[in-house]
Write a protein that binds this ligand. Structure first.
Ligand code: RNT
Ligand code: ZN
Length: 414
């Protein structure tokens, strides 16, 4: 234990915070790591381009090309970062045996058996996402399609994914968060806004109507404001998804890249928690648009963490990361985002929220502002270093390991 930690422990004790307890609790908070940062959202079931109005920019060398490479890269990330993790998979990451192929509507649990083995060996739960993009049948619409055959295909995909999510929960013994996001929308002013949303509602009802174990699978619905090439209309808007989720008792999911630039997810969390038993988040960083930049310890990330912690409802909130940057070393990108978000949670957990709430209630706004600014200067960095030490991972010198992994492993991938 470092001297700097002992000093920090004392400093926090003087404002009523037990840093050892915070470290213990922070380790237990599961953060779901999105597999798709490792290969630029490519997956293993198709050759074609990434579609659906999302985009990865950059071609930093060394991206994972096979399940083995992606698993090795994930292992590197897990070895660099302390605390509880879940693995977040997309349906397009199905692993087929030589010569085998199953279309999205015919995916089976066994196509994910190697992922289950991977997760179980690491004591991890698995979260899941149907993939309603990067597929020939997703060239225009999926669950909102006016073409009954296409719509039925994607409904079948949703149902297939429910079965796979149940399998993940059964195998790992941990609930599986299954998030539905579809890109469906229009580039230009719609002639019909109601029709696609009505079909989306019907499709979702058909998927949920197939039945699933609600104790094991938490179905989420993610909203969006617009996608690239889909600027004028998104069927799964904020109102649609929130209203649908609340009316059907599933979980609303907010991705903080999916709102207008001055709209803050940090301000929405408390409202959602009052109305929904559970909430799910995709923590990302939007730069000018839903750019999915790597999460950093910026003001909004800290504010989101503050709301999560101060609500006292962290157990009801499924936390996942969602970004994809192809211009950086992908192991580094994964780890920077993971560390930044966990650091934001740490800072929030080191804050005496009750004291600050009381000042707000009393109307002591100057004192409140003063203290919030003073607390920014408390030595949370020393607590973070201790957290890393307790978890048995590298502290501020972690990047050396990424550099050697790059030299020894990533640079061999050509
Ligand atoms: C897209 C959504 C969605 C995806 C992933 C790959 O705008 O954020 O969550 O990023 O499913
Ligand atoms: Zn998302």
């Amino acid at each position: 234990m470092k001297q700097s930690y002992l000093l920090a422990k004392e400093a926090y004790a003087s404002i009523g915070i037990d840093t050892d307890k915070v470290i213990r609790e922070l380790r237990e908070i599961p953060i779901s790591l999105h597999c798709w940062q490792g290969d630029d959202v490519t997956g293993f079931d198709h050759e074609g381009a990434l579609t659906g109005g999302i985009q990865v920019t950059g071609n930093y060398p060394g991206k994972a090309r096979t399940p083995e490479e992606l698993m090795a890269d994930l292992d590197k990330v897990f070895s660099l970062n302390g605390g509880c993790h879940k693995l977040n998979l997309h349906a397009c990451y199905a692993i087929f045996e030589q010569g085998e192929y199953a279309d999205r509507d015919a995916l089976l649990p066994r196509h994910f058996a190697p992922w289950v083995a991977f997760a179980k060996a690491r004591g991890m739960g698995i979260d899941f996402n149907p993939t309603f993009f990067s597929h020939p049948k997703a060239s225009a619409y999926t669950l909102t399609s006016p073409d009954e055959e296409i719509r039925a295909f994607w409904v079948r995909h949703g149902i297939a994914c429910l079965r796979i999510a149940e399998y993940f929960a059964d195998e790992t013994g941990m609930p599986c968060v299954m998030n539905i996001w579809i890109p469906d929308g229009l580039k230009d002013i719609p002639a019909d806004r109601h029709g696609p949303r009505a079909r989306y509602m019907q499709s979702l009802d058909e998927i949920l109507g197939a039945g699933y174990d609600r104790e094991k699978v938490y179905v989420c619905l993610e909203s969006k404001v617009f996608g690239i090439g889909l600027e004028s209309y998104t069927a799964g808007s904020a109102e649609f998804t929130l209203g649908y989720a609340l009316s059907r008792g599933i979980v609303p999911l907010m991705d903080n890249g999916h709102y207008h630039p001055t709209e803050m997810v940090s301000d929405k969390i408390s409202s959602m928690l009052l109305l929904s038993k559970k909430l799910a988040l995709h923590v990302t960083r939007a730069v000018r648009w839903d750019s999915d930049h790597v999460v950093r310890l910026d003001d909004e990330t800290r504010e989101i963490a503050k709301e999560i912690v101060a609500s006292g409802r962290i157990g009801d909130i499924a936390l996942a990361l969602d970004y994809f940057d192809g211009s950086l070393n992908r192991i580094g990108a994964w780890s920077i985002g993971l560390r930044s978000f966990r650091r934001a949670l740490l800072i929030a957990m080191l804050t005496p929220h009750e004291q600050l709430k009381q000042l707000q209630n009393e109307g002591s706004f100057t004192k409140l502002m003063m203290l919030e600014e003073e607390y920014k200067a408390l030595p949370w960095g020393a607590v973070w270093e201790e957290y890393c030490r307790v978890c048995g991972v590298r502290g501020s010198d972690w990047y050396e390991e990424v550099e050697s992994y790059e030299a020894e492993v990533l640079s061999m991938r050509r």
